[in-house]
Ligand binder design. Sequence first.
Ligand code: UDP
Ligand code: MG
Length: 325
Amino acid sequence: MGGCAVDGADIDRLKTIEVLVPCYNEESVLPLLFERLDSLAVAVGEQGKPYRLAFLFVDDGSKDGTRDLIRGYAVGRDDVKYVFLSRNFGKETAMLAGIDIVDADALVIIDADLQDPPELIPEMADLWLSGYEDVYARRRSRKGESWLKKVTSHLYYSLLQKVTNIDIQRDTGDFRLLDRKCVEALKRLRETDRNSKALFSWIGFKKIEFIYDRDARAAGKTKWNYIQLVKLALDGITSFTVAPLRVMTLIGGVISLCAVVYALVVFVRTLVWGIDVPGYASLLIIVLVLGGIQLIGLGIIGEYLGRVFVQTKNRPNYFVEEEKL
Ligand code: UDP
Ligand code: MG
């Protein structure tokens, strides 16, 4: 079922929108996803839209039946491509692997778990056809997510917005439609510790938001844990700004200045009133506080240095085990 009600000659004149789906252990939702994607492709064909849909699945090292399901789905269909990565590299890298092989006029990135309704793609495509190059979906509601996740995500994005100079879009996920121009730009960003959301903002191009209600996961469990989210958050900050290093320099400067002033005070006081024996508590507090600040400073330098280290190894971002293009 190719999903197009137009004949062969017309297909050549149609633009193609490729739907990129990163999947990691998603066997429980894939059948439902295929069904929804297929009926969408049929609907798009029937409505005589000036584009057709194609699908690209990136399997990020799944250990369940995900690969078999994708292989089965792709049999005999030239509108379905897939890439299986050699292990689990994380969603960010899985998306890059997909972006690398996109050759359509536009790309839509969508989660496998149906949290982003595929039925919204035509509306996004209309905005694209009217000239926008990056149609990003902004969620009005987030069903099925804990308040802790909502609050931390809100705080993080406010912070990221403040410390970086780029305009990070709030309440958006990776669900968006990108014109070929954006795709080509993204292909050229090869950094290893990726935070795509920040990269999407960084590349620029004509953006427009699109409001939607985010559904809860159709089946299965979220693949993120808090440790990964903290890493993603750190990657977002360290890959876009050196503000934390500057703040440490500033704190260091202020403390040094205070130290000089205090040293003068102590010196003069000792000359005038003689040696002052008490002061154990204040001494200890100052040593501990300074020690703490220094360690934080070292940690921050380490975060950047670690990323420099990883990047200088210049390893490929991922390896492909099997593909059908
Ligand atoms: N995903 C992936 N690799 C991973 C983790 C997740 O490709 O290591 C995919 C996953 O299959 C899904 C999407 O990324 O299609 C979003 O994952 P999830 O729903 O677990 O994240 P959440 O919606 O909770 O942020
Ligand atoms: Mg999800």
